[in-house]
Design a binder for this molecule. Structure first.
Ligand SMILES: C[S@@+](CC[C@H](N)C(=O)[O-])C[C@H]1O[C@@H](n2cnc3c(N)ncnc32)[C@H](O)[C@@H]1O
Length: 560
């Protein structure tokens, strides 16, 4: 007789839900009947393996934007494993950034901490367990703290500690892809890990630990071999998700790591640290059909194809072949396109596009006059412009400085190029605020310029991030600035007696309403970062003010 019980009638059952394989039924009819209840809990994906991507998730039913895909707690997490040579470091208890030299020390191991009573110091899922190992070293440091207390090695140590503490979790962890072949002994990555993690942990802590283990006959760590530590570092680099909310943390999840990459992904994920556990929730951000691959984004949506592909190759060891990467126009966004670089009589108003964007040595051809240039020239130009943009942006530029830079850039780049996007995104946040451009000072022409820039930015953002999965803060800011610019114009005209009977005024008011509604929707899961929280509150206040203004002036936007 079957051990399983039908979820509908509690009689013995042989049939299983094919999607989650967790619930049984005695017949198809009862399965159908129970679906209304079960669909809220049923996992909507299966794990498959393909030659191109390895293991990945595929939808087992149609999903709509917002539908839950998975929600889970970490296997292990810890301070982001990137070497810091100066400046703030994470507290090993809570991962919040602190200045090591000015901070108190952990009473157990002497690592700099935010407070000697930081709750994470005793928590066995955080610092509690590793503190014992770190206290093996008897010497303490007063100077040169960055080299002596290496928070960038703690996540690898926490992974090793799972060997004894939670063998099931350790086994799950060791199943993850580490790309060891691409990180072999002759690579820079290997040499770096050897020195930065392996030798540091071995010399400072494992050598005294081994002596203690022999003496006491008790084993704390089973396997601290070079192979295992290199594999763990590979696993962290390839699979960990990064959280930048209140602290800089890297997290390994039991299932979420299986999400494959796509440069236009169909899910969004959020972290929730309310119970101190960094739960991740993954939801569909676009409609996903049964059988579609469920994807996320490992790199920056606002980078052009060459920059994204290079980043993916260097950090995740694969060559992306998604639709956006293969399309010279990047789905019509023209985010990497240059102006025709023909000179003199050869110049035209066309745009230079890569002939084969997935080939690093591709030629770039003008879509109008066939003028060709090689990739080295394009890379050189883009790097030069990128450097100039970074330098100007870092120096808190004025409107005038950014406008001059923009004019210069537009002689080489498409108006939607990602470097241009970045400058326009800064400019729309200065128009209306900087001295000389405040709401009472800014000219009508400049307000219109801001409105047009916001609309152009929104158009590009919608193409490269149609589900608002990766750029919600960018979009939220643009919607807010489009609202603000429209409001300046509306109030000016209103004061001149041009009221709600005029059609263009109603159009602008409707756009204001739409901007605030869209921004509120897009930002609904962004309240966990300081920037998101601030923007959400600004938009909530503006929505109230806008609605009051509409009500006070007896305007009915639904009727007009
Ligand atoms: C976080 S892991 C994802 C799980 C992995 N597929 C596995 O089997 O363990 C990331 C790795 O998956 C592979 N991968 C993910 N997305 C890919 C894609 N779009 N194309 C090719 N490989 C991909 C790469 O090997 C990458 O380093």
């Amino acid at each position: 007789m079957s051990e399983n019980i039908c979820a509908e009638c509690q009689k013995p059952a042989e049939l299983k839900c094919s999607a989650c394989k967790l619930v049984s039924y005695c017949n198809k009819e009862h399965q159908k009947k129970h679906w209304k209840t079960h669909k809220l809990l049923c996992r909507p994906y299966e794990i498959i393996s393909t030659k191109e991507v390895g293991r990945c998730l595929v939808a087992t039913r149609d999903l709509n934007p917002g539908d839950l895909i998975l929600s889970e707690l970490p296997l292990v997490y810890g301070p982001r494993p990137h070497m810091v040579e100066e400046g703030p470091v994470p507290c090993p208890g809570c991962c919040k950034l602190i200045i090591g030299e000015e901070s108190p020390r952990c009473p157990g191991c002497d690592f700099p901490v935010c407070h000697p009573r930081c709750p994470g110091l005793k928590d066995m899922d955080k610092h509690g367990h590793e503190c014992f190992i770190l206290s093996m070293r008897e010497v303490k440091a007063i100077n040169g703290l960055h080299d002596f207390y290496r928070q960038d090695t703690l996540l690898a140590l926490r992974c090793l500690l799972l060997q004894k503490k939670n063998p099931k979790k350790y086994a799950q962890l060791m199943e993850m892809e580490a790309h060891q072949n691409e990180r072999g002994p002759d690579t820079e990555t290997y040499k770096n890990i050897q020195e930065r993690v392996m030798e540091y942990l071995e010399d400072s802590f494992f050598t005294p630990l081994k002596i203690l283990q022999v003496r006491s006959g008790k084993e704390v760590l089973e396997d601290t071999s070079k192979e295992t530590i290199h594999k763990i570092c590979g696993i962290i680099d390839v699979n960990a998700l990064e959280i930048n909310q209140d602290a800089e943390i890297s997290v390994l999840y039991p299932t979420a790591y299986l999400l494959e990459h796509d440069c236009v992904c169909n899910t969004a994920h959020y972290f929730d640290n309310e119970d101190g556990g960094y739960k991740v929730t993954v939801r569909a951000s676009l409609p996903i059909k049964k059988g579609d691959h469920i994807t996320t984004m490992y790199t920056h949506a606002l980078w052009g194809t060459q920059a994204r592909r290079e980043h993916l190759r260097e950090t995740k060891y694969f060559s992306c072949g998604c639709k956006r990467c293969k399309d010279p126009t990047e789905l019509g966004s023209y985010i990497s396109a240059l102006r025709c670089l023909g000179t003199g009589p050869d110049s035209c108003d066309g745009f230079q596009l890569p002939v084969d964007p997935t080939n690093d040595k591709t030629e770039w051809i003008c879509n109008k006059c066939d003028m060709r240039i090689n990739n080295n020239e394009v890379s050189y130009l883009i790097n030069q412009i990128g450097e100039e943009v970074d330098n100007v942006q870092l120096a808190s530029p004025t409107v005038r400085e950014l406008e001059n830079l923009l004019t210069k850039m537009l002689t080489f780049l498409h108006p939607n190029h990602y470097h241009v996007y970045s400058v326009k995104h800064s400019l729309v946040q200065l128009y209306g605020y900087q001295q000389g451009y405040t709401p009472s000072q800014i000219s009508d022409d400049t307000v219109l310029r801001k409105v047009n820039m916001c609309r152009e930015l929104l158009q590009s953002t919608r193409i490269i991030d149609p589900g608002n999965a990766r750029l919600p803060l960018y979009s939220g800011v643009i919607y807010y600035e489009l609202y603000s610019a429209n409001m300046i114009m509306i109030k000016r005209k209103w004061d001149l007696g041009i009221k709600s009977k005029v059609k263009s005024m109603i159009t602008m008011m409707k756009e204001c309403h739409q901007c605030l509604t869209e921004a509120t929707k897009i930002l609904q899961n962004e309240g966990t970062t300081p920037a998101g929280e601030k923007l959400i509150s600004l938009i909530a206040t503006s929505t109230k003010e806008f609605n009051n203004w509409i009500e006070r002036n007896k305007i009915d936007l639904s009727k007009e």
